[in-house]
Design a protein around this ligand. Structure first.
Ligand SMILES: NC(=O)c1ccc[n+]([C@@H]2O[C@H](COP(=O)([O-])OP(=O)(O)OC[C@H]3O[C@@H](n4cnc5c(N)ncnc54)[C@H](OP(=O)(O)O)[C@@H]3O)[C@@H](O)[C@H]2O)c1
Length: 318
């Protein structure tokens, strides 16, 4: 298989690109080459790296053709964020690819309603990102189910792994929250701390992409949640982090309007986005149809990332 991965050096690509090489794919990785994968891997020596700026090429109307000219059997699109962008690529690749895999998001669901959320529940996205991702999913699965285009959509949760900042127990990205817990200080959570977050380790996302490729006939025309086996409440997450640092939990609970004044505007906005969604997604379908078996629980993924952040002094472990 000749496989093009668009955006293959990021969180997921760091794991997925080597997995493709190991499985015998001839891999072409498209990016602007502004960054390198988070971890080195010998497989990268066998990857053809192509420098392309998707935004610039799309503006010139030639991005899809550029990808088609690579004569791929499989295209993995890690960085598509608008319906127009998806349509442009599909038109160019129609009749060329045997499998097209899009990286979506659980944000396409909007608010959680019946949990664990299953993929067949109606989409009620909010926020431009989720709305566009839901529209892309709808478009791709519609094309696939009409038999016109062999698309699959993978829907990750909050991606964690060693190498970048991760979603903390307040539902935002301030790494000092971990430092405060490590010192045994009090942490305030919004409401009762019972709203949820749903992490996934980047390597488990990569595993799901491989599973979809290997189970082509079950995967085409379908979307799959790509998350850890269980979501965490903010309270459960915070308590586990206190315990990991050998501290007794010291939690306070404040109504949202009071809590938001205790953090910066950016942190409050990030927390609002996460708790307004409160994702809690089922992986039954992915387990059944594409053999998805996540290696990491939410907390295992989190602690691997936290260890990396401590080693780089981005979290003070005391
Ligand atoms: N992060 C999360 O928690 C999360 C949660 C759910 C879903 N997702 C989905 O995951 C996908 C992102 O995957 P990721 O987190 O692995 O990506 P990522 O870490 O953001 O990496 C992005 C990749 O795309 C390349 N890239 C960025 N802009 C580009 C451009 N204009 N032209 C060509 N290449 C470009 C980057 O390399 P260069 O910078 O060198 O070009 C890199 O290889 C998105 O579809 C997102 O919706 C993410």
């Amino acid at each position: 298989m000749r496989t093009v991965i668009i955006g293959g050096t990021g969180h997921v690509g760091t794991y997925l690109t080597p997995r493709l090489v190991e499985a015998g794919h001839e891999v072409i990785c498209v990016s602007r080459q502004q960054r390198e994968p988070y971890q080195p891997h010998a497989a990268w020596q066998l990857v053809q790296r192509v420098h392309l700026d998707r935004a610039a090429e799309e503006q010139a109307g030639v991005f899809g053709q550029r990808i088609r000219d690579m004569q791929p059997d499989i295209v993995i699109d890690m960085i598509c964020f608008t319906l127009d962008s998806a349509k442009h690529l599909v038109e160019a690749l129609r009749g060329q690819v045997r499998h097209f895999l899009h990286c979506g998001t659980i944000w396409a669901h909007g608010h959680s309603e019946r949990v664990p959320t299953t993929e067949d529940q109606p989409r009620r996205p909010f926020g431009e990102y989720g709305i566009q991702k839901a529209a892309i999913e709808d478009f791709l699965l519609g094309e696939a189910r009409r038999g016109d285009f062999p698309a699959t959509v993978l829907m990750p949760g909050h991606i964690v792994g060693p190498g970048w900042n991760i979603l903390n127990p307040q539902g935002n990205f301030n790494p000092q929250v971990f430092s405060r817990i490590a010192r045994g200080e009090e942490l305030a959570l919004p409401n009762f701390g019972l709203e949820t977050v749903h992490h996934v380790h980047a390597d488990d996302v990569a595993q799901a992409f491989m599973g979809a490729i290997m189970h082509w006939s079950a995967a085409v025309g379908e979307s799959f949640h790509t998350v850890s086996p269980q979501a965490l409440s903010l309270r459960g997450y915070a308590e586990a982090v206190y315990a990991w640092f050998g501290q007794q939990p010291k939690l306070a609970f404040l109504p949202w309007e009071e809590w938001r004044k205790t953090v910066s505007g950016d942190e409050a906005a990030a927390t609002w986005d996460h708790i307004a969604h409160s994702p809690n997604c089922s992986i039954d379908k992915a387990r059944r149809l594409i053999g998805y078996q996540p290696r990491y629980t939410s907390l295992q993924g989190v602690f691997e990332a936290v260890e990396w952040l401590i080693a780089r002094k981005m979290i003070e472990a005391g």
